[in-house]
Write a protein that binds this ligand. Structure first.
Ligand code: ZN
Length: 205
């Protein structure tokens, strides 16, 4: 029966895994370990998952203190010391990354990204007013033509036709021209916000 060198549990279902402890002064030592312990040893290298590293350190630490195998104890102590200092670096880095992330992910909700929203609104308003003025213009031209056709005394609908033509051409023109100001205002906000974020990012690095 084989027992794991780290946790001392019986290794029943599979061939024991081998932990090779390299020592500069002596020859390399091979220790049989179980899959659980190997997992925990591997977890120490999961730099993207500090939580898992923390669990692994806790697990291995508890087994290093009650282990009667001096080779295992000294091996665990040395790698744990290294892992703990690594973990601290990871956590400090991660924390600052999280702070930066929080800083920049903070804009959500109705008034977030207001510059882009103003730009979109400017386009929608310009398009809507254009369509409405064109429809009104065409209706006026149509009405004027009908008035001219229905009467034999002069051309009472001509004024309306001219107004209609004016609406059809100048309506979209003015609506787009005025929307440029609104669009420009939105663009200004977008640029200013980006500049502010860039400065924050630079000062936080
Ligand atoms: Zn084990």
């Amino acid at each position: 029966m084989v027992r794991c060198s780290i946790c001392k549990k019986k290794i029943v279902y599979q061939e024991p895994l081998l932990l090779v402890i390299r020592d500069e002064e002596r020859e390399s030592i091979e220790k049989k370990i179980c899959a659980t312990c190997e997992n925990k040893l591997n977890a120490l290298n999961k730099f993207d998952n500090p939580k898992e590293i923390k669990i692994a350190i806790k697990y291995l630490k508890s087994h290093s203190t009650i282990n009667h195998d001096n080779d295992i104890t000294s091996y665990l102590c040395s790698i744990l010391e290294f892992s703990v200092s690594n973990l601290k670096i990871i956590e400090v880095n991660r924390e600052s990354v999280d702070v930066v992330k929080y800083y920049f992910d903070n804009d959500s909700g109705m008034y977030s990204n207001i510059g882009e929203k103003i730009k979109t609104l400017a386009k929608i308003i310009a398009l809507t007013i254009s369509i409405l003025t064109v429809i009104a213009g065409i209706a006026m031209i149509n009405k004027g033509i009908m008035m001219n056709l229905e009467t034999r005394l002069g051309n009472p609908g001509t004024d309306l036709i001219l107004w209609g033509i004016g609406y059809t051409i100048l309506g979209p023109l003015f609506s787009f021209l005025t929307s440029f100001f609104m669009y420009g205002f939105g663009e200004l906000i977008v640029r200013t916000t980006e500049l502010g974020k860039k400065q924050q990012r630079n000062s936080s690095l």
